[in-house]
Ligand binder design. Sequence first.
Ligand code: URA
Length: 234
Amino acid sequence: MPALTLDRLLASIGFGSRKEARALVRMGLVELDGNVLDDPFMELKERPENITVNGEEVPTVEKLYVMLHKPVDFECSHHPRDHRSVYELLPDRFSAMGIQSAGRLDADSSGIILFSNQGDFIHKVESPKKGCLKRYRVTLAREFTEAQEKELLAGVMLKDERRPVLAREIVREEGSVVITIGEGLYHQVRRMFAAVGNHVETLERISIGPVVLDESLGEGGWRFLTEAEIASLM
Ligand code: URA
């Protein structure tokens, strides 16, 4: 393995190419433990936990596992059409590191989205076969009847789908309903309620598998997943 030089470290955590990373060092913008580093080829014996670039202390992890509290009116795309991109809510360097969302939320929906630059993790979260259940809290335009609840639990046929999809669990709350599903089909929850004659007004995803939306984040906030959260999904 090549020695871990400062320019390599910076490039590996999204600060551009090695050439661009060297320019940052030469401009005096890189600090370690309070000391400005001036040699871009400096060899690091081990990866430091954090490094300061342009006044901001950043962790040096290469594998990204991130939770975002998505607000409405953001699209889960690098090339949004009608709204801003969720990627604007994350540091730019994450895009340079290849971060992708594991599943999507539509622009009208809010709640938890996970991101990673590790394909196996994204696959585990997205694949219905891996059994990663997702929970959504919805408010509805009309009364939610017993008959609608039974139909959703038994399974409904959605247009252009080959098999019925069913709610794994439904919990009634004061003024809202929490529904658990196993797949991630296009607009699935909205289409399921429409199929039984109701209409979703607001939709918030509150958990993905065992990982629950961290309410302390506030809309638009993000944080790294903990080791325990990553392990629980893998
Ligand atoms: N179901 C929907 O209808 N929309 C989402 O964003 C997610 C699930």
